[in-house]
Design a protein around this ligand. Structure first.
Ligand code: UD1
Length: 357
């Protein structure tokens, strides 16, 4: 069987790494990796390939940034050419970024079967570009590989036939469990500060694209920084907005985007993580670290049930500050009990794909 695995943006890399590792052990499978180039800066892409030991992509489409329609359209067009040349038996897409939808659509139109890893997650918020990508990718995927049981209810509600849905668990957790065992590589990274500190990541348009919202969040973080160090690896999109809106960040410890190992290290020792990322809600749940998510909904409700994650629907300074102060008083979570978050999701993904051959 000839498979093409697709990656495009930062959160894809930790999902594809264990899948490729497992798939490469399968006799009779050839596995090719295509990078769409949605993310292209070294710290947003290349670093992850090195750390996660992902082989260099056979093809990089070099698409880069742009408005949604343009970015998605360019990937669709370029990936179709790859499909014409390589005629794979299956395309594997992961997550919910524009590359996921574009490549699934190109494959589906050419009648190439598609497996979607991380299928069935729903925030219910159609203003999020990722929600549109999720809904549409699941509709056209031949295999919907789900990370949690709630995803099955969502897919059933949307009329996806049960034979297309396979529960496989969370493949990001495979990578997290693997990374924690790489003690030597982890050692090479800078130690986090002693004492209670906050770790912040923000990049969603709903938080960073409006000056007032971003200013409110920064003001709340600056108030917390009077009591605890606040470490903030800044996404390029957010860095651009902070500068365009001339927002002063005062004592906040702004860093360039950090590597995967560095991020794991920073997360596991943090007193609290403040984020709007999907993956970080999951990673903190697994690590038992309290997490405040600056969003009004989450496509990952298991992180709320696990008890580590709290949503903050209002983005005014007082609401953000109160949520942070309340969460700082919470104890760390116990061992993660979410079904299928056990470091073996890639095995189940490969088993599910085998049912197609
Ligand atoms: C994308 C995903 C989002 C994911 C996030 C992780 C979509 C719709 N969004 O959002 O789901 O959580 O990746 O980072 O697919 N930029 C750079 N260098 C890069 C990449 C981006 O400078 O290597 C800057 C550019 O100014 C670009 C902006 O970041 O315009 C946004 O990049 P884009 O890929 O469009 O979306 P993200 O916000 O990264």
């Amino acid at each position: 069987m000839h498979l093409i695995h697709v990656v495009g943006a930062r959160p894809n890399f930790m999902k594809v790494a264990p899948i490729l590792r497992r798939a490469s052990e399968m006799p009779g499978w050839t596995n090719r990796l295509v990078h769409t180039g949605q993310h292209y800066d070294g710290p947003m892409s290349e670093t992850f390939f090195k750390e996660l030991q992902i082989p260099s992509p056979e093809v990089n489409l070099g698409i880069g940034s742009g408005p949604h329609g343009q970015q998605t359209g360019r990937i669709l067009e370029a990936f179709e050419q790859i499909l014409f040349k390589q005629r794979p038996d299956l395309v594997v897409v992961v997550g919910d970024v524009n590359s996921t939808l574009a490549c699934a659509l190109a494959a589906c139109k050419l009648h190439v079967p598609v497996a979607h890893v991380e299928a069935g997650l729903r925030s219910g918020d159609r203003r999020m570009p990722e929600e549109i990508n999720r809904v549409l990718t699941d509709q056209i995927a031949d295999l919907c590989l789900t990370p949690s049981r709630d995803a099955h209810r969502n897919l059933a509600r949307e009329g996806i036939p049960p034979e297309r849905i396979h529960f496989v668990g969370n493949v990001m957790i495979d990578t997290l469990a693997w990374a924690r065992a790489q003690a030597d590589e982890m050692m090479e990274h800078q130690e986090p500060p002693d004492g209670a500190y906050l770790l912040v990541t923000l990049h969603r348009p709903s938080n960073v694209d409006q000056p007032e919202t971003l200013r409110n969040i920064v003001d709340a973080l600056r108030a917390v920084a009077k009591e605890h160090p606040v470490i903030w690896p800044v996404h390029p999109r957010t860095r651009a907005r902070l500068s365009a809106f001339a927002i002063e960040t005062g004592d906040l410890d702004l860093l360039p985007p950090v590597s995967y190992f560095q991020m794991v290290k920073l997360q596991q020792s943090a007193a609290l993580v403040v984020t709007d990322s999907g993956g970080i809600q999951e990673e903190t749940s697994f690590l038992g670290v309290p997490c405040v998510t600056l969003r009004s909904s989450t496509e990952r409700p298991v992180t709320i049930e696990q008890g580590t994650n709290t949503l903050v629907p209002d983005r005014n300074r007082a609401a953000v500050l109160t949520a942070i102060r309340t969460a700082l008083k919470r104890d760390r979570g116990g061992p993660c009990t979410i079904e299928g978050w056990d470091g073996r999701a890639a095995e189940r993904i490969v088993d599910a794909i085998e049912t197609l051959s």
